[in-house]
Design a protein around this ligand. Sequence first.
Ligand SMILES: [Zn+2]
Length: 302
Amino acid sequence: MRLAVSVAAILALSAPVAAQSPDFSKVEIKSEVVAPGVAVLFGAGGNIGLSYGEDGSVLIDDQFAPLTDKILAAVAGLGAKPVKYLINTHWHYDHTGGNENLGKAGVTIFAHENVRVRMLTGSTAGIAAAKPSPPAALPVVTYQQGISFHLNGDRIDAIHTHGGHTDGDTALYWRKANVLHTGDLMMNGLGFPFIDTNSGGDARHLVHTLTELIKITNPQTKVIPGHGPVGTQADLIAWRDMIAQSIELVRARKAKGAKLAAVLADNPLAALQKGKGFVTLEAYTKAIWASLEVKPAPAHKH
Ligand SMILES: [Zn+2]
């Protein structure tokens, strides 16, 4: 629960956050090996994935800049070689905060093209607001639908279907190790998803993307969520089903002419909440409502 509390504390801060940063000197980076050559690092901010082995280390996300040294120490602590590549699951500052440090250290940064676009421009809207990123923090290799890494005895597929949390989400799947890193497409045991409609997030896309990810998993798959503990395919399916059900509950009321205020007063999604994170029932309901306001649904790219 310490992780959940620290994440909530960080993300509850509204922009600009710089003056209110948590005390990073107190943050410990803990590592958990989930399969041979695959680990997750917990600290403050989004969970970090790690591929390590004879070909060098690949990081998935990097939390906050003041934690870079501790993160690299945790990587070394696993006996891993230095970090060669970094993949960002999306642009949010609690997943990309270490980019500038790593970029300057010569790490090659990969991400969906919308991550680069949003980091370049920054945002003033919502709890994920952030200043434009400095050049060294930007992804240097971008893609639209995905890219694959052939290293450390495995194939790691970086997959973008339609996002949903933002418009630049990447999930990573280790084919041999059978590990999925979802980024913030899933937050395990933390209540409701954060659908960042200010960053192109969309509730219906989230369900679509989760369905695509479920298809490549099996009951043995280890699922590293963006926040929360490592989970299973069953957790992923329950998460997707909860969101699909939420959309339907809101959509049905909207179709009958209900106004947002009435839906919020009625609180149809309250019964679906399992666990508690930083996304309130109200914010979640509003994000679904905003997604349903987009007509027609944004075109799917593949
Ligand atoms: Zn996020």
